[in-house]
Design a protein around this ligand. Structure first.
Ligand code: C2E
Ligand code: MG
Ligand code: MG
Ligand code: MG
Length: 292
């Protein structure tokens, strides 16, 4: 905190720091026991084909049901999980949980053939040498087709070490697991790497979507990302779509998929089956479940 507040706060640094350090240590030890105590939950946010309105995916988003603090969003604990290395076992939990749930949906007879569960990977996970074996083992264990799983990696993570990332990603691609670059536009991609990386999708970062149509420059950026994706033969997802105007803009510019509060907030796991069913029912009626 002292860093971002600048020089004026230097005199308070010591006491602030002690406080912060203690808080962080306590939080880290709670985070460590959260896995054993089964305090993590997954929410799922639907993604829709912008031209047909069809449900094409859901993104798995972790939350921590903290015993004192309530439901915590990933921003509140993922950074600490990354610093402490706890992101590796937590990421493993996310993967297993998502695959288990996908298996249950399939067993319940839901038609998920054209739908993938998107799972976020952090940089520590990507650097873990057995990541690809581990992912493939979990798919096998839960008997989940690779086509129904997609991995999201942020642009920043990929561009940090694109060469070794390429090796891991190629392994996934060979197995039929698709890869999306998350938060695209925020990470200073090297275009020559982008061309060579085995990836399938770009997700336009929410920060470039939120001020459409007021911000001319954000519209230019979104347009440029869509054009870039086109030329590299990648699909594009607009994230953080909150308004009809944003959806219309993205659709007209050729963005393939939309995700955001306009369609749905992230939904707790136990409500998903009802959501799928409702969606199937209403899209078989005259209109479509999604306003496209
Ligand atoms: P992300 O992967 O870019 O996920 C999208 C985030 O945008 C989610 O926040 C989602 O709730 C939010 N969002 C979606 N639509 C809208 C919208 O229309 N408006 C606004 N304002 N926000 C919207 P969430 O769930 O808080 O997750 C934040 C970030 O935490 C994720 O960003 C992802 O980077 C990370 N994260 C979440 N789950 C995991 C996980 O299992 N593992 C790892 N490593 N990271 C995760
Ligand atoms: Mg994501
Ligand atoms: Mg994203
Ligand atoms: Mg984002």
């Amino acid at each position: 905190r002292a860093k971002s507040e600048g020089r004026n706060t230097v005199e308070f640094y010591t006491s602030d720091m002690t406080d912060e350090v203690l808080k962080r240590m306590m939080f880290a030890s709670q985070l460590r026991s959260a896995l054993d105590d089964d305090q993590f939950v997954l929410y799922y946010q639907p993604q829709y084909d912008l031209s047909t309105g069809e449900l094409v995916g859901v993104e798995a988003l972790i939350r921590w049901q903290h015993p004192q603090l309530g439901l915590l969003c990933p921003e509140e604990f993922i950074p600490l999980a990354e610093e402490t290395g706890l992101i590796v076992p937590i990421g493993d939990w996310v993967l297993r949980r998502a695959c288990r749930t996908l298996r249950r949906w399939m067993d319940a007879g839901l038609d998920l053939n054209r739908m993938a569960v998107n799972i976020n990977l952090s940089s520590k996970q990507l650097r873990h040498e057995h990541l690809s074996e581990q992912v493939l083992n979990v798919l096998k264990e839960f008997n989940v087709p690779a086509e129904n799983i997609e991995l999201e990696i942020t642009e920043g993570t990929l561009m940090h070490d694109p060469k070794s990332a390429a090796t891991v990603l190629q392994r996934f691609m060979d197995e039929g697991i698709e890869i999306a670059i998350d938060d695209f536009g925020t990470g200073y991609s090297s275009l020559s790497y982008l061309k060579r990386l085995p990836i399938n999708k770009l997700k336009i970062d929410r920060s470039f979507v939120q001020d459409i149509p007021e911000s001319q420059s954000d519209m230019e950026i979104a347009r440029a990302v869509i054009a870039l994706a086109r030329s590299l033969n990648l699909k594009v997802v607009g994230e953080g779509v909150e308004t009809e105007a944003q959806a219309a803009f993205l659709r007209e510019e050729g963005c393939d998929i939309g995700q955001g509060f306009l369609y749905s907030k992230p939904i707790p796991e136990h409500e998903m089956v009802a959501h799928f069913t409702e969606n199937a029912l209403s899209s078989s009626c005259a209109g479509s479940a999604v306003r496209v």
